[in-house]
Design a protein around this ligand. Structure first.
Ligand code: GDP
Length: 525
């Protein structure tokens, strides 16, 4: 009974956006509502400042923040909300993709003046792959913005999802009056004076009430016309289509001014799903099952180089997690208990005795855990849906100090477990190739190998356009492929075969010539 109630009252989600759209600001306002923080400015942006690519202090600063903000839990109206933070910098997109495997829904923040931007588009693709329910918050209405209908069209076209506005802006920029809350059917007025605490004012004034004029003149007729059009164009909001990830409810507001945020939050706790089923290679897991299951979706290295321990982030999928109870770490077959599992409430970390599905628990790790590791009460299960994505940049990695060979091997191993990058070993010459999604990772790896493992590495260029995992039922054709492409074959860290195509032409040629071979661009297929 307790388990059931605890699951029902949980909402685990991520806020995603293109950098600068207002993710950090919105997160902060949500935390203020929950009373998790008390002053604005308490949530630090985890983004890497522009132009700081080779500034390692900046990387360390960012890492420090992302430990603190990995998970921000708070209570609001008896709902337990877990916000999972995602890195802002696109070079760390893979980290974001993995985090999205641990959430039940997503809020997308869009800058009302800029509309849909590249990073938003990419992140939405991941949500679509998993049919994650999304809500959209169009931000910065206190500035001149694009026309709301144009914005909605852009979202439908660019993000390939149907929309349904649940709030409507009354002008934007200097004449911004507020929003009409279609979900709560009331008017929210914007004053925008005190940027720290202003919430505007919510009035119980309906659209057809003549009194509305007093507040929003000269925009009354405009609003009525807009809303008539809205009701004509967009079908009524349906919970099921939102939950299925096919329709995104849209809100308008200004995160900085804390305007429209409460409307968003109140609707969110009503409609966002509580933890649902998760998938393992063996069977589907229902969160209401009494026995614990969970998987590691993120590993964070300690900031202190003298203590090379790490925090593994475990997403609880079913049952109750208890402190000091032994759980099976399926990959190693070992039973492990945790004396000090931690929960994250805003910026505070505290040891917890139990946790429920939807919660994220920080586990102390001395280097034994990997991303994707499964914990159970004895059942042999392996969670799926945490793919590695085909990297986009490649370099040979070489030892820079012959005396430190062991340190280098260990460092590379652990950084790969953390998911910083992917490692491939060439079948032809045994050389190691690092693949990343962003150039910044190469520098992060070099820096961390030196500072945390005392190892030096060098990079050398390698001509690789794309890495794809290959498999086939036609063993003869596969064997032929292996022979002909011997120079381009490699193994990933799990020993699976990877084709490192040197050009896009080589890849399409190979796909044409070997029709029975399947080329995969994510590691899970
Ligand atoms: P993130 O990169 O998505 O986390 O964006 P931030 O939350 O750091 O916001 C980027 C910038 O936009 C900051 O300077 C914010 O103060 C500003 N900002 C955020 N929300 C609003 C808003 O509603 N109106 C205006 N005018 N600026 C905003």
């Amino acid at each position: 009974m307790e388990l059931e109630q605890e699951i029902r009252r949980r909402r685990t989600f991520a806020i995603i956006s293109h950098p600068d759209a207002g993710k950090t600001t919105l997160t902060e306002k949500l935390l203020l509502f929950g009373g998790a923080i008390h002053v604005a400015g308490a949530v630090k942006s985890n983004k890497i400042k522009k132009g700081a690519t080779s500034d390692f202090m900046e990387i360390e600063r960012q890492r420090g923040i992302s430990v603190a903000t990995s998970v921000m839990g708070f209570e609001y109206k008896d709902v337990k909300i877990n916000i999972l933070d995602t890195p802002g910098h696109e070079d760390f997109a893979e980290d974001t993709y993995r985090t999205l495997t641990a959430v039940d829904s997503v809020i997308i923040v869009i800058d009302g003046a800029k509309g849909v931007e590249t990073q938003t588009r990419k992140l939405m693709e991941v949500c679509r792959m998993r049919n994650t329910p999304v809500m959209v918050f169009i931000n910065k209405l206190d500035r001149p913005c694009k026309d709301p209908f144009d914005l909605l069209d852009e979202i439908e076209k660019e993000l390939k999802i149907k929309v349904r506005p649940l709030a409507w802006p009354i002008s934007t920029g200097p004449t911004f009056k507020g929003v009409y809350d279609l979900y709560g059917d009331r008017l929210s007025l914007f004053f925008g004076a005190d940027k720290q605490s202003a919430e505007g004012e919510t009035l119980d004034v309906k659209l057809n009430d003549p009194a509305i004029d007093r507040y929003i003149e000269p925009f009354t007729q405009h609003l009525r016309d807009d809303l008539e059009l809205v009701e004509g164009v967009y079908p009524p909001f349906e919970l099921d289509s939102y939950r299925a990830g096919t329709v995104a409810p849209v809100f308008f507001g200004s995160a900085l001014n804390n305007f429209g945020v409460r409307e968003l939050l109140d609707c969110f706790i009503d409609i966002a799903p509580s933890p649902g089923k998760s998938h393992t290679a063996q069977r589907d897991i229902d969160p209401y099952e009494p026995k614990l299951t969970g998987f590691v979706f993120k590993i964070h290295a300690n900031m202190d180089p003298n203590h090379r321990d790490r925090i593994a982030f475990l997403k609880i999928c079913s049952g109750v997690f208890e402190r000091n109870k032994p759980y099976l770490h399926v990959r190693s077959g070992k039973n492990i208990k945790f004396a000090a599992p931690t929960a994250f409430m805003a910026e505070k970390k505290s040891v917890i005795d139990e946790a429920f599905p939807g919660d994220i628990v920080g586990l102390h790790d001395t280097g034994n855990f990997k991303i994707g590791d499964t914990f159970t009460e004895g059942e042999q299960l392996q969670f799926v849906g945490i793919p590695s994505f085909s990297p986009e940049l490649f370099r040979y990695i070489e030892n820079g100090d012959p005396m430190k060979f062991k340190q280098l091997a260990k460092g590379i191993d652990q950084l790969m477990d953390e998911g910083v990058a992917q490692l491939f070993t060439s079948k032809m010459n045994g050389r190691k190739i690092i693949g990343t999604v962003g150039a910044l990772q190469f520098e992060v790896i070099q820096y961390r190998l030196e500072h945390e493992y005392g190892a030096l590495c060098r990079y050398e260029p390698v001509q690789v356009y794309k890495a794809c995992w290959v498999e086939s039922d036609n063993e003869a054709q596969m064997e032929d492929f292996r022979k002909r492409k011997f120079n381009s074959m490699a193994l990933d860290k799990h020993g699976r075969e990877v084709f490192l195509a040197d050009t896009s032409y080589a890849l399409s040629l190979a796909q044409e010539k070997f029709p029975d071979i399947r080329f995969h661009f994510t590691s899970e297929f």
